[in-house]
Ligand binder design. Structure first.
Ligand code: ASP
Length: 620
């Protein structure tokens, strides 16, 4: 096929722009052939670009030569067409197309490129294309209007955030990709150094240390739309590289940071056409666990209710539940009557591990017969209405040997750990039931945005595997000033799961939306001795501290101002705003769940000479 050059031809409009008011004007459009219909003397081509589609008419009588060329044109060929906009006749108006009132009668054609028959047609709506094929031919997939809309939404949202932060006197500052390990709790991606054989850079898991150094550097307010790299075992919806809205500021309180975040989220949601309610409610971590059994509560459904106090002792005894641990009621609204069989299926909602921690009772009619007053009170406390599903959840009674009674601090902490395990398992059951009956309560259907700040997280988490304490957020997180004593006490018991470290609460906060964590941040430690003590609590002796964080401990000694910040996942925010089912729908070139790029075919082996240059030998 003879192709034409573009020359200095310019387009006058995009393909989605023409309306009835343009009738009579001469236009030049450029784009891809979305569809071609051959009606003999008339050939219709739907020409597509990112803005939409216009119908072009090639009439044999008016221009036989051009008509002949168009006969060879197929889907996804690239054309430039000059012609006249005409109103369509009444019976050919297409109300489904934005440009459906007009068509362009072609006068001149440039055939700019042809196309192989693609594995799928980007213009076919609702065709079920396998995701692997979409990712392999991502450049074709990106031509789909749905992808255009998502990418455009991402642009608009990002721009709104940038503008907002700039208006609040934040500087956008880039930080290095080739750096050293930052502890965010995942594995690093490493980059071998050729110049320093045997040495590696790490790709940043976040710009955490750099942004703190920027505060030490007096820059006052920093943000970055920052790429982060974490080599994690990829769970369903994660990407090995992802984007954070990362920020840090000097002399803040928690409120200063929350206000900034609410401000930019408001800007982002408005850019996507939604309004949100501010200020966001706040809840301490401990309360979130008690009410929802999880640190990212979904507020679209009611919380759990502690009901042990209203159950008479004989009820606890008969139901064989542990009287020392919580008993909670879960309520799922508007579930309606359930058959015996449906209730029997509830058991399968608990994993084997969870069913060791909790048991539940969902036959309220039977419970009511035995303890009518208590059950009436439970209905009232949990706010149950006719048709709501109620479950009573408790820990199975322990054998005598397991029972602890004395009231010292360590025992109290153990009891709290056990209680939190009960709340946690109950919270999982609540979510599983919420999913199971989603079609009945319909709480997940409308676009309601229930934001929440969860605050005062534990500083440390007990790691069963290594039998040590690890940081819950990252090791630069400040603890509550009045918890310093607990820290001094806790570092003496590093291998005890009931150590005082578990009671320390951090000045850390998460912003949560509809049960999803959008981001976390904290007020940072700005005093060197406190930072060193935290490293010690994490099991790092002085030599190791020096080796890993020497430069940072040094920097902290030169007049570090109080500072704090946060980072939010941009991909996730856009995914929610676009109503997309996965992060891959809002990232132009995403990786698969197995961390591969199907289009570039990365990762790949490299040549022997590349390896040699890097002084690396591959162990076979
Ligand atoms: N760097 C932290 C993270 O990625 C966020 C922060 O503390 O600002 O989770």
């Amino acid at each position: 096929m003879q192709l034409d050059f573009l020359g200095d031809l310019k387009r006058t409009h995009r393909c989605g722009e023409l309306r009835s008011k343009d009738a009579g004007s001469a236009v030049t459009l450029m784009g891809w052939v979305n569809r071609r219909r051959d009606h003999g003397n008339l050939i219709f081509i739907d020409l597509r670009d990112r803005s939409g589609i216009t119908q072009i008419v090639f009439d044999k009588e008016r221009n036989p030569e051009m008509h002949a060329r168009v006969e060879a044109v197929r889907n996804e060929y690239v054309l430039a067409v000059t012609g006249t906009v005409e109103l369509r006749s009444e019976n050919t108006i297409n109300p489904k197309m934005e440009t459906g009132e007009v068509e362009v009668i072609a006068r001149e054609l440039k055939l700019l490129n042809e196309s192989k028959v693609p594995p799928f047609f980007p213009g076919d709506a609702n065709v079920n294309v396998n995701e692997e094929v979409r990712l392999k031919y991502r450049y074709l997939d990106l031509r789909r209007p749905e992808m255009h809309a998502n990418i455009e939404m991402r642009h608009r949202v990002t721009l709104a955030i940038r503008n907002y932060l700039s208006s609040q006197e934040f500087y956008e500052i880039e930080t290095p990709y080739m750096t050293r390990s930052t502890p965010e709790g995942a594995r690093d991606y490493l980059v071998p150094s050729r110049v320093h054989p045997g040495e590696f850079y790490a790709l940043p898991q976040s710009p955490q240390i750099f942004k703190q150094l920027l505060m030490i550097g007096g820059l006052d307010r920093y943000f970055q739309i920052a790429r982060c790299f974490r080599d994690e075992d990829l769970r369903a919806d994660r990407q090995p590289e992802f984007t954070q809205i990362d920020l840090e500021l000097t002399f803040p309180t928690e409120k200063t940071i929350h206000d900034v975040v609410e401000g930019f989220l408001d800007a982002a949601f408005s850019a996507a056409g939604f309004s949100i309610e501010r200020p966001f409610p706040q809840m301490e971590y401990d309360e979130a666990i008690r009410l929802y059994g999880i640190d990212k509560p979904d507020l679209r459904l009611p919380p759990m209710t502690d009901v042990k106090a209203v159950l008479p002792p004989d009820a606890l005894e008969t139901l064989a539940v542990d009287p020392a641990l919580p008993v909670v009621a879960i309520r799922i609204p508007k579930v309606g009557e359930l058959s015996r069989k449906e209730r029997d299926e509830h058991k399968a909602l608990l994993s084997e591990k969870q069913s060791k921690v909790i048991k539940f009772f969902d036959d309220f009619k039977r419970l009511e017969k035995s303890w009518p007053e208590a059950i009436a009170k439970i209905r009232q406390l949990s706010g149950a209405e006719e048709g709501d599903l109620l479950l009573l959840v408790a820990a199975p009674k322990k054998t005598e040997a397991d029972t602890v009674s004395s009231g010292d601090a360590a025992t109290e902490r153990r009891l709290q750990r056990d209680s939190y395990a009960v709340y946690g398992a109950a919270g999982q059951l609540r979510l599983a039931l919420a999913q199971r009956y989603a079609a009945r309560h319909k709480a997940f259907e409308e676009k309601t945005f229930k934001f929440l700040w969860v605050t005062d997280f534990p500083s440390f988490e007990w790691d069963e595997q290594t039998q040590t304490w690890t940081f819950a957020h990252h090791p630069f997180t400040s603890l509550h000033e009045d918890h310093m004593e607990l820290l001094n006490e806790g570092v003496k018991a590093l291998h005890d799961p009931n150590s005082a470290l578990g009671a320390i609460r951090a000045r850390a906060y998460d912003v949560v939306l509809n049960g999803t964590e959008l981001g976390s941040g904290s007020i940072r430690i700005h005093q060197q001795e406190v930072q060193a003590k935290i490293f010690e609590a994490l099991g790092m002796d002085e030599a190791e501290q020096k080796l890993r964080f020497g430069f940072f401990l040094e920097a902290l000694q030169y007049g570090t101002p109080p500072h704090g910040g946060i980072a939010l996942g941009l991909d996730r925010i856009v995914m929610i705003l676009a109503g997309a089912p996965s992060l891959r729908e809002v990232i132009a070139f995403p990786k698969t769940a197995a961390a591969t790029d199907l289009m570039m075919e990365a990762p790949t082996p490299v040549t022997e000479s590349q390896l040699k240059e890097l002084s690396i030998a591959i162990k076979k």
